[in-house]
Ligand binder design. Sequence first.
Ligand code: MSP
Length: 533
Amino acid sequence: MDSAGNPVKTFAVTTPLYYVNALPHIGSAYTTIAADALARFHRLLGQPVLMITGTDEHGQKIQRTAAARGLEPQAHCDEIVAGFYTLWERLNIAYDRFSRTTAPRHAAIVQEFYQRVWQSGDIYEGRQQGWYCVACEEFKEERELLADKRCPIHTNKSVEWRDEHNYFFKLSNYQEKLSALYAEQPEFIQPVTRRNEVLNFVDSGLQDFSISRINLDWGFPVPTAPEQTLYVWFDALLGYVTALLDDADDPTLENALRQWWPINIHLIGKDILRFHAVYWPAMLMSAGLPLPDRVFGHGFLTKDGQKMGKSLGNTLDPLALVNQYGADAVRFYFLKEIEFGRDGDFSETRFVNVLNADLANDLGNLLNRTLKMASRYCGGKIPKISMDAFTDHHPLAERGANLAGQVQQAYENLAFSEACEAVLSLVRASNKYLDETAPWTLFKQGQQAKTEMVLYAVLESVRLSGYLLAPIVPGLATAIYTQLGFAVDFDQRDIGQQLPFEQHSVWGTLPGDQSLGKASPIFQRIEIPAEVP
Ligand code: MSP
């Protein structure tokens, strides 16, 4: 309960639980950066937040990869998982839970959930025939396949024919209920293009799907038929539920669902939309559990305009990228440059240009030169100005006053690039204002009050920009605040209590007389590597 006696609005967000067939790729980094930015925004709002990520470790794909490496599956998984921990640390991902589907407590959650679905009468034995893509861990319709029976997503891999006795989930029972859900909660699937894809898929008729496999050991035995192994996706989706358990909790559904369920948003890539927007809600309905609020399917990344892939030799290693350019640079590029929800491209030239223009020049230089002037002209302190000085349609005060609402809307819609653009427009206006008012001349002319007003307006605009960009570039935000004389670290989980949104998102709250910190460039300009002839 909050101080007014209302229930506190919690916020839980998930990334997919990533396969551990290989070290994390840029696609996994992309979803995780977005989820982290969203979680950080809700922390700024002062909400209790749970950000969940993790790994999906069972199934044929992992079993085969481990075998090819001559390792036991668990040893293989442990090794790859370490690579995820490292990348998330380097990318400054402040997750609260890391859910591994091989965690012992996950078995208990899966078992209990399966029993509920079984008792609903939604599981039956049948014969499964069809083309299976091991890389997707999914059956494909023949008409979806490319030439030589290759998978449309893993275009260098052929699907395999399967004909086996399996257990099925009666997805067809949920056709109407799902359609009603999409109609009653139009926000359930976002963006709208993804929603339409799902509606078409569901309208074309839902087929039951098999939830068990034979000839596979790496997974959980089916509780009602232990000679079969549970389909990896059935177990993986439940990893979101297991993640909600506190360390001290016994692994029961009741405990897991107590505080954070239903999840507010599942962030995923568009390739796994069906699992999250169709299969998962149907499974939850069958188990009699409430549904998540939203599923957001983002687009795919290409490199230099081409689909990325190992066979094409044009993958982008997120660890190498972050080691070279730092976390804020990588986070900013992907969230600012690509409209979230659409496909987007990475090119190193574009990457360097964007960072230099927005972060090194527009934001970084602005702060640096203004701080230097403030230390020379205002004795190293933030000038103390009465807000009355800014009444007359002041270009920065006016822009600043409307910014927080716009940016909040953008974050809530997952329109990260819109949030960045809105903030950058204040930054650009500040540069223009500084050039036009020329405080260096005002100072020489002895116009101290005017000089101070100009410097205050710019410093305050940079502060507000840093605050509103903090979910995306937390390191830069901390540097900005530190140089403005605050003692604060945007990585702290209680940042929304330390710097409340209602106060810090308002233009004009920078405290006058506060001693400034030491000025130093917050973002080093990147030199474009010379082209090798
Ligand atoms: N294990 C499943 C998810 C289970 S969730 C209960 C899975 N794992 S994955 O490792 O393959 O997922 C990777 C994530 O990265 C997905 O969200 C996918 O959409 C995303 N991407 C994979 N390649 C991508 C790009 N080229 N671009 C952007 N994202 C892409 O699926």
